[in-house]
Design a protein. Structure first.
Length: 444
């Protein structure tokens, strides 16, 4: 069944590619593409993992992808029928975003200071020391494990004001990527100060032991470059410089190649081979999903509204603020899977929480909602011709693109978009537009 699933997904991807006129950053294309590398890796390892794909798993994945495509196409058809299609006006595109160097220097100094301050609190949170680099690295790794895989009862909390400032800096990283790419497309010059800011924000993201934000930034380079190239060059893919896209993809490949060294640098002590390590990250999800479906009597529907896995990142913070009992230990239920003594990780594709929370009806409804939101934001972003400030809708769509690309991995869409942090991201992006673009420093 895994062979059949792969062939059918490839057919769907080709259909989407042709139907959307080679639009490789449309929601339908990205969501479909997400599952294909996973299937190829699963085929390579199907004997080692004993992967005899159940018909229910096959229908969940293929049906979910097919439904997503149909919903996005339907919304796009409705938008065109009601004259919401791409406008072709003569809006003047600015030459570049001119940001005062003094503003960027002030921002950078605060960023560097905060990196050091946050590192101090992370190390102290686990009782670590600064005696040497290994000690710092082990502290970061311990912090990562405690926050992800335990109730963190022996973890000293980092002041909430610092965690909020960290979120603000990470959100600003996406904004600086947008500005840097826009200015590069217009001037063919890379602004070094912007790159330095992005690098130090990326370093800040690593201080909790995770590599996710850094990977998001690399994906954003590709998505925003293609998106903005099309916008600036009259929305035609033919004018996108794919030589630069290839260079960015090479950067992502290098990052993936450095996954194990980076993990060891952050104190994780990975002992498996590179091939198997990547297989677990990029292919075992479908085996884990199949195991869950086969071993659990998944209902047609369910009513697990509170404490759901799907909406954990919006429900838990709100419940905590309202001081509702029973939410302090509310965590994702992601048991690690093994086969023949080999670890298969603990991620199960985006469909797992839908099934876990609401059964098969949940897959139907949540894919529908996800597809609708993605396509509507995409239409809004490509029709936004206000170039005075970086487009918030484009930044939102870029973020959605990342979650769609990682749908094979886990429930990134609902975990990231339906979250308190995402609301903070929106606020920060508006503030960046206001501070860096609209406010002018006056010197006398």
């Amino acid at each position: 069944m895994i062979f059949l699933l792969t062939i059918l997904l490839l057919i769907l991807l080709l259909f989407v590619y042709v139907y959307t006129k080679k639009d490789i950053i449309s929601p339908a294309f990205l969501f479909t593409l997400s599952f294909i590398p996973m299937c190829f890796i699963a085929i390579i390892n199907y004997k080692n993992w004993g992967l005899n794909l159940n018909i229910k798993t096959f229908l969940v994945v293929f049906g979910g992808v097919f439904e997503f495509i149909i919903i996005t196409f339907a919304i796009n058809f409705f938008a065109k029928k009601n004259n919401f299609e791409n406008s072709k006006d003569d809006t003047k595109i600015i030459d570049k975003y001119n940001i005062s160097l003094s503003k960027k220097l002030l921002f950078f100094v605060f960023l560097v200071f905060f990196d050091l301050l946050y590192l101090y609190f992370v190390v102290k949170a686990v009782g670590g020391s600064f005696s040497n680099f290994a000690s710092i690295s082990n502290s970061i790794s311990r912090y990562d494990k405690l926050t992800k895989f335990s109730d963190a009862s022996d973890l000293k909390s980092i002041p909430s004001i610092l965690t909020n400032i960290r979120v603000m800096f990470i959100a600003s990283g996406y904004w600086f990527i947008y500005v840097t790419i826009f200015n590069y497309i217009k001037t063919r010059k890379v602004e070094k100060m912007n790159i330095l800011i992005i690098i130090f924000i990326a370093i800040l993201s690593l201080l909790q032991g995770g590599r996710t934000v850094l990977f998001y930034y690399l994906l954003s380079l590709v998505v925003l470059y293609i998106f903005l190239s099309r916008k600036i060059n009259n929305k035609t893919l033919s004018k996108v410089d794919f030589k630069n896209v290839k260079k960015m993809i090479v950067l992502i490949i290098i990052f993936i190649a450095l996954f194990i060294p980076l993990a060891n640098l952050l104190g994780r002590n990975v002992n498996s081979s590179f091939g198997y390590y990547i297989s677990i990250y990029c292919g075992a999800q479908i085996k884990n999903l199949d195991t869950f479906i086969v071993n659990n009597n998944v209902p047609i529907n369910s009513k697990k509204i509170l404490k759901s896995q799907t909406f954990i990142n919006i429900v838990k913070p709100i419940a905590s603020k309202l001081k509702i009992n029973g939410y302090s230990s509310y965590r994702l239920v992601l048991p690690f899977q093994r086969y023949n003594g080999n670890s298969l990780g603990n991620v199960y594709t985006i469909f797992y929480p839908f099934l876990y929370d609401y059964g098969y009806i949940g897959v139907l409804l949540l894919v529908l909602l996800m597809a609708a939101i993605s396509q509507i934001v995409y239409i809004k972003s490509i029709n936004n011709n206000n170039y005075d400030v970086p487009s918030i809708s484009a930044l939102v769509y870029n973020f959605i693109c990342i979650t769609l690309i990682l749908s094979f991995f886990s429930n990134k869409f609902y975990e990231q978009v339906f979250s308190v942090n995402f609301i903070k991201y929106l606020i920060v992006w508006y503030l960046c537009n206001f501070y860096f673009i609209k406010i002018k420093f006056v010197y006398k």
